[in-house]
Ligand binder design. Sequence first.
Ligand SMILES: Nc1nc2c(c(=O)[nH]1)N[C@@H](CN(C=O)c1ccc(C(=O)N[C@@H](CCC(=O)O)C(=O)O)cc1)CN2
Length: 285
Amino acid sequence: MAAEVIYGDQLALSLREEMKEEVTLLKEQGIIPKLVVVLIGDDPASKSYVSGKQKAADFIGIDSELITLDDTTSEQALLELIEQLNNDSRVNGILVQLPLPDQINEQAIIEAIDPEKDVDGFHPISIGRMLTQQETFLPCTPYGILTMLQSKNIEIAGKHAVIIGRSNIVGKPVGQLLLNEHATVSYCHSRTKNLKEITQQGDILIVAVGREEMIDASYIKPEAVVIDVGVNRTKEGKLTGDVDFESAKTVASYITPVPKGVGPMTITMLMKNTIKAAKNHNTKK
Ligand SMILES: Nc1nc2c(c(=O)[nH]1)N[C@@H](CN(C=O)c1ccc(C(=O)N[C@@H](CCC(=O)O)C(=O)O)cc1)CN2
């Protein structure tokens, strides 16, 4: 039987509708969540993601501001801007769109953001809190994946989750989140030997490598849940994931598509984190 498709865009819409109602109530109490997005340079993909974030914020009623800087911006100038946003009590969430130009050290920027405003969940304090299972901002893509699995009541405890990819923003944290849910986790990457042997053992297979349709049915355990985090543009301009969807869906039990899979959930969880930051700020006042 063909896999059931988990449509992230549909789940994202229903969560955004719930958040819209929540924000209406917060506004009645004088709480107006505000997100500032900083975009450096004019990379078309980053521009499109940032515009998606703004549209989602508008829909929910979150106040959002976009600050665009040119791609010659120095690290010092960006650090000064972050300092200013950290000190602005009207700003609840700060997001610097990645990747950054070469002259800027990404980690230095992430660490400069006030952890209370770290709605991306990338700050070492947020990561450490996630690791030790304390209340924190979860990184948006892993948080979105977890929410998608939970939306279908997919069992995680005791399952073998295989992650292909070890980036700081997806691979590593999604494995940690699944470990927190009592999965047994294996990480695979470019130096992994016998990749197929390992992926074929995954009850949950998460693919975040950035290689067009690299994973077909032969890598997948029958009835596995397959989550595709890749967003690749083919030479013909078509958007594809890291998974060969048509092949994989013949063996998987559940599968996410690209587009309309994990991507819209990344943006939705950012909105959730921004609302949480606003609520935290107002309870601490
Ligand atoms: N500061 C951050 N930078 C980046 C993050 C992040 O979480 N924080 N993640 C990615 C990009 N990203 C969000 O910023 C993102 C990627 C993809 C999508 C998405 O909706 N994809 C659509 C297809 C979009 C298209 O047409 O190109 C889909 O899959 O349906 C949203 C957000 C790197 N940078």
